[in-house]
Design a protein around this ligand. Structure first.
Ligand code: GLY
Ligand code: MN
Ligand code: MN
Length: 417
């Protein structure tokens, strides 16, 4: 429990005496009638507690420098149907809380905790009806005083990953890479995209990841030109490329890998030409990731390579600089180079201008070419992205997803194997 206790201690230090922070566990989500989606804890709540149950509230009391958990009671009948619950006493012990009580007593205890506080910090989007009632109560007892946004503190903490987190991100990256290798080995013409999604899930779960970090994108041929394609119900065709964007969630932490490879195991001429451009952009950007590097500069490095490829292959007329200046490249590259990855696949933290050790980013350039009369037919319906997860280290960076093959030779060899 050390990392969670340590994070609470740091946050308590930041909010200081006179402040109270309140965080809510994620609610359960109904899927249909009396069936629920598999439960996933709220990322902020998990970050500070490691506590896996819904119907829980964490209260951080800055004056007492104490962490108090409110959670479900032990319940013999519910535990027979739905499984183990900690109950307050065991939760206090197991999760290193200063105190823990039944969630049934939360409403009654909260006014006492807030009575002498000068600041209340919450996550504005979280907590549902209980969160809104808490804010109303605060405003009533403090003459309309505003609540403050706890995300301002927490996002700064989550941006710089601690050792516990980098270990889990590394494992998530390794599991995700193994799944991409399996996907490459199982891909062949005339099977369905869904078959490959199943192969990814097989490898995630076999290696201890209970869930994908986000819905897997398994997009053959033209489907790869739809950036968030998740139907995964088409047939893979001989001669097409397959774009797979999939990552495991391991103990709450996301992997997020994209690889693009030929359905029949051999890149065609135009496919290979474009693939080499995207791969070069991915590799040049990763090579530039280090502490002190400007993210805008790294984006520019990748964009220069992509735009040069677009001009060289006559997808764009004019100069590289002119097409960057005018934004014409966005016809084929319409997203950013990357995002933070952590407890959320699109992790919190904003985009500070300069990279710092402990930040973990994706690097994911792409080129997507829908069929059009002004484009040579050999490039129609090709979507390519190459995505890795990169930790900024003291001396440069570490690519957590490097085990997923990405050179043309390595992909073709993996697919033969
Ligand atoms: N898989 C989502 C993304 O790459 O951003
Ligand atoms: Mn991504
Ligand atoms: Mn992705």
């Amino acid at each position: 429990m050390t990392p969670f206790v340590e994070r609470r201690r740091r946050l308590l230090g930041q909010i200081g005496s006179g402040s109270v922070a309140v965080l809510f566990a994620a609610p359960e989500q109904r899927r249909s009638n009396d069936t629920f989606f598999p439960y996933r804890q709220n990322s902020y709540f998990h970050y500070l507690t490691g506590f896996p149950e819904p119907e829980s509230v964490l209260v951080l009391d800055g004056s007492a420098q104490a962490a108090v958990l409110f959670c479900r009671d032990k319940d013999d009948v519910s535990e027979i149907w739905e499984g183990f619950r900690y109950g307050a006493d065991a939760a206090r012990e197991a999760f290193g809380m200063d105190a823990a009580y039944s969630i049934a007593s939360w409403r009654e205890q909260m006014p006492k905790i807030l009575q002498n506080a000068q600041r209340l910090l919450v996550l504005p989007e979280e907590g549902g009806a209980a969160g809104q009632a808490l804010v109303r109560h605060w405003q009533k007892i403090k003459n309309g005083a505003a609540v403050e946004n706890l995300a301002a503190c927490l996002d700064g903490m989550r941006l710089i990953k601690d050792r516990h987190e980098t270990d889990l991100l590394k494992t998530a990256g390794e599991i995700s890479a193994a799944a991409h290798i399996r996907a490459m080995q199982k891909t062949r013409p005339d099977i369905s995209e869904l078959h490959i999604e199943a192969e990814l899930l097989h490898e995630f779960m076999r290696r201890g990841a209970r869930f994908p970090a986000y819905p897997s994108i398994v997009a053959g041929g033209k489907n790869a030109c739809c950036l968030h394609y998740t139907a995964n119900n088409d047939t893979l065709r001989n001669g097409d490329l397959l774009l797979v964007d999939a990552g495991a969630e391991y103990q709450g932490y996301a992997g997020d890998i994209t690889r693009t490879f030929p359905v029949n195991g051999r890149f065609g001429g135009a496919q290979k030409d474009l693939y080499e451009v995207v791969l070069a952009a991915n590799e040049a950007a990763i090579a530039a990731v280090k502490p002190g590097a400007a993210w805008a500069g790294i984006q520019q490095t990748a964009l220069n390579i992509l735009a040069r490829g677009m001009v060289d292959f006559k997808l764009l007329a004019g100069t590289v600089e002119g097409n960057i200046e005018s934004g014409a490249f966005k016809r084929y590259y319409m997203h950013g180079l990357g995002h933070w990855v952590g407890l959320d696949v699109h992790d919190t933290g904003g985009r500070p201008a300069v990279l710092q050790a402990g930040m973990c980013t994706t690097v994911e350039p792409g080129i997507y070419i829908a069929a059009a009369a002004d484009i040579p037919a050999c490039f129609h319906n090709i979507g390519i992205r190459v995505e890795d997860n990169v930790l900024v280290t003291e001396s440069g960076c570490e690519n957590y997803t490097a085990a997923a093959p990405k050179s043309v030779a390595a992909i073709e060899e993996t697919m033969r194997g």
